[in-house]
Design a protein. Structure first.
Lengths: 430, 257
């Protein structure tokens, strides 16, 4: 089946896109070689801010991967049939997202040749170990389930009971990957932006807004590029999920502000002050956080009212603002903000470097490349097998045109269709 | 090459052990010698927990510089002078940085600006050990928090976790920043984390940590489990501070202010 991604219905623009992504990957790889040759001094990370952009991106993409469960869970556990056509989109989105997350770990490891020490000296009291456990399992589950579901569709049969079982089994794993990632931070004493029991819940809520937002954007893109129709019911339902999840996320952000500022405990306030207003003269993230606030308000204004949420032009924009705002809050600023106050009470700045950006771009390109291949596969299979997923005018319209052309060429004058129907109705009435 | 030699030695050891066992079976006298009870080195007790008191009345800046220099030279700590990438085992830090929970606005500059010796606290409940995914950082039987830099994968989780900023990552190749290499202590490669090890390699052979030796009385080191040890007496008789005790890490470095 996988060959369909490469040979069937491939266009020149598809190959140009693939080549473009491969070029970006090559640039990213060169930057990675540069980083490994010269050491992590070429990144923005420092003795004080020991985790930076890479771990921030890891966190964000674990969330994207977990977000797909907002389709998988209703479909498999609550028989929400309208998601049937796009469950595979959710499952296939998780694959590049986890691979990206894992790559962001790999590029962050100072001695990657010793990476497998994590399994050789398995240490359950380390949350990183659990991350290294649940992420590959979730990846494997999505590979098996996503591929099998699509394979079944390709062969025109329903997927087996084992696959359904594995799909259900993957649901708690989707939650676990993001919970474990949150606990990576939420158990560190003295890092008060991290040290909150709210964190796993906030991460999950954010993921359940981000993942579905991306899925809607992908469905819209597939519709534009290939005519794929996810179904209005599915999109509307997914948009409702985003509305709830996004509101919950922003509520939890507000809760963090309340606790920090009403209690007035300096160490609780420090990271929030630094990020949103600047602290001790350090304010590098303030413009970004202001953008987050604006995007968050816009997203809420679009997602909550039904009129805007069901208008697909506005919904697409709302999904983009939801995704971008969470990328800022979780991907770009969360990790650095939490580490910005050093153990000596000083605020330390973070200056992202070019090699770092190129490596991140390279990993994005790998993710997008995988997504392009996987979603192409989905489109090809669905175009062949799921006639409802694509506009019917294609076939009916063509048939009518061929008929009309034949008639015109051969000088046959057919009775108008309406007259035929009327005649049929008359006979029925009689 | 390295592996070959290792394999050869392993094989050799196995062969010698096999021969020895065969000899022991044959000769009861040899057997007794082989099975003889193991005795710990004199002066080394199993329930030792090493701790340290830094007497800031005696620790002036000159003494501190001496401690830093000797320690860093002995342990092949690279001399990188950018704040971003530096590696340090012992370093100076002001009172307000070290005891940030004890500082108040009106505190006099005499205390605020005073330079303190900063070192890994060798916590009884070390967060770094809790978060390390490979046990590359560990607490040994004497309570020393050590590092296996061969095992460390450089994930830097321990650096995010340590509330004392005691850990350094080799952002650059440390061997490029050594003026002189001490051949009796290993050098590191880039991409691993390192920190003070309470001179556990010296403690193992009955020697005091180097900074203690260099400080000439300003640092008292010993077994904090033994109420009669000099260090325990010093802690009992003086008002001592510890860094960030509210975090439950139970540091084993005490300061007389």
């Amino acid at each position: 089946m996988i060959e369909k991604a490469l040979v069937k219905r491939t266009t020149k623009s598809y190959w140009a896109w693939i080549v473009f992504l491969l070029a970006l990957i090559a640039v990213g790889f060169a930057a990675y070689i540069y980083q490994m040759t010269n050491g992590f001094a070429v990144t923005g990370m420092s003795r004080d801010i020991s985790w930076g952009m890479y771990i921030g991106h890891l966190t964000f993409f674990v969330g994207v991967a977990a977000g797909g469960v907002m389709i998988v869970l209703p479909y498999y556990l609550h028989d929400v049939h309208e998601y049937g056509r796009i469950t595979v989109v959710g499952e296939f989105l998780a694959i590049p997202a986890i691979i990206m997350a894992l790559l962001f770990v790999v590029v962050d490891i100072g001695s990657p040749m010793k990476l497998f020490n994590v399994y050789l000296y398995y240490t359950p009291h380390s949350m990183l170990c659990w991350d290294a456990t649940v992420l590959p399992i979730y990846l494997l589950l999505n590979l098996i389930v996503g591929y099998s579901v699509l394979q079944a569709e390709n062969k025109g049969v329903k997927y087996g009971k084992v696959i359904r079982g594995l799909a259900i089994f993957s649901i708690p794993f989707a939650f676990s990957i993001h919970i474990v990632t949150a606990w990576l931070y939420a158990g560190l004493p003295s890092r008060h932006y991290f040290l909150t029991a709210m964190l796993p819940a906030k991460f999950l809520a954010g993921a359940f807004a981000t993942g579905p937002s991306l899925i809607i954007l992908i469905c819209f893109a597939l519709n534009k590029l290939t005519g794929f129709d996810a179904g209005k019911k599915a999109i509307d339902r997914l948009a409702t999920t985003i509305a709830y999840a996004y509101t919950a996320t922003i509520f939890m952000v507000v809760c963090e502000f309340f606790t920090a500022f009403y209690s007035n405990v300096p160490s609780h306030k420090a990271a929030l002050q630094y990020l949103y207003a600047g602290l001790h003269g350090h304010n590098q993230f303030v413009p970004l956080m202001m953008l987050f606030v604006v995007l968050a308000v816009v997203t809420l204004l679009i997602m909550i009212p039904r009129q805007t949420r069901t208008n697909y032009k506005i919904l697409g924009f709302g999904c983009a603002t939801a995704f971008l705002s969470m990328y800022i809050e979780k991907g770009l600023t969360f990790v650095i903000g939490g580490l910005s106050e050093s153990p000596f009470g000083e605020i330390v700045d973070y200056h992202v470097t070019l090699p770092e950006v190129l490596i991140i771009v390279g990993i994005f390109a790998i993710g997008i490349l995988l997504a392009s291949i996987l979603f192409k596969l989905v489109v090809v299979v669905k175009k062949d097998m799921d006639v409802n997923a694509f506009p019917q005018e294609d076939r009916a319209g063509l048939a009518a045109r061929y008929l009309a052309e034949y008639n015109a060429a051969n000088g046959i004058v057919e009775e108008p269709k309406a007259a035929v129907e009327e005649a049929a109705e008359e006979t029925k009435a009689e | 090459m390295e592996m070959n030699r290792r394999k050869f030695l392993k094989l050799g050891t196995a062969a010698v052990a096999g021969l020895g066992a065969a000899a022991a079976v044959a000769n009861p006298a040899v057997a007794a010698a082989v099975n003889g009870s193991y005795k710990e080195a004199p002066g080394k007790r199993s329930n030792v927990t090493w701790g340290m008191v830094i007497d800031m009345n005696q620790m002036d800046e000159a003494t501190l510089s001496k401690c830093i220099e000797v320690c860093h030279k002995y342990h092949n700590v690279p001399n990188i002078d950018t704040k971003k990438d530096e590696v340090k085992w012992i370093w100076p830090e002001t009172f307000e940085h070290l005891f940030l929970d004890e500082v108040h606005e009106k505190m006099g500059e005499k205390y605020k600006g005073k330079t303190f010796m900063t070192i890994c606290n060798h916590c009884e409940e070390p967060v770094c050990v809790r978060v390390c995914p490979t046990k590359a950082t560990f607490k040994n039987a004497q309570g020393v928090v050590g590092m296996d830099m061969h095992r460390c994968i450089g994930c830097r989780n321990c650096m995010a976790a340590c509330p004392y900023g005691a850990r350094s990552f080799n952002f650059k190749n440390p061997r490029d920043y050594l003026d002189e290499i001490n051949p009796t202590y290993p050098t590191r490669m880039k991409g691993v984390v390192e920190k003070c090890n309470f001179c556990s390699e010296r403690l193992a052979v009955g020697e005091l940590p180097l900074c203690v030796e260099a400080a000439g009385g300003a640092i008292v080191f010993g077994d904090i489990n033994d109420p009669n040890s000099a260090v325990s007496k010093k802690i009992a008789e003086n008002f001592t501070l510890q860094r960030r005790t509210n975090l439950g890490t139970k540091p084993k470095v005490y300061y007389i202010v």
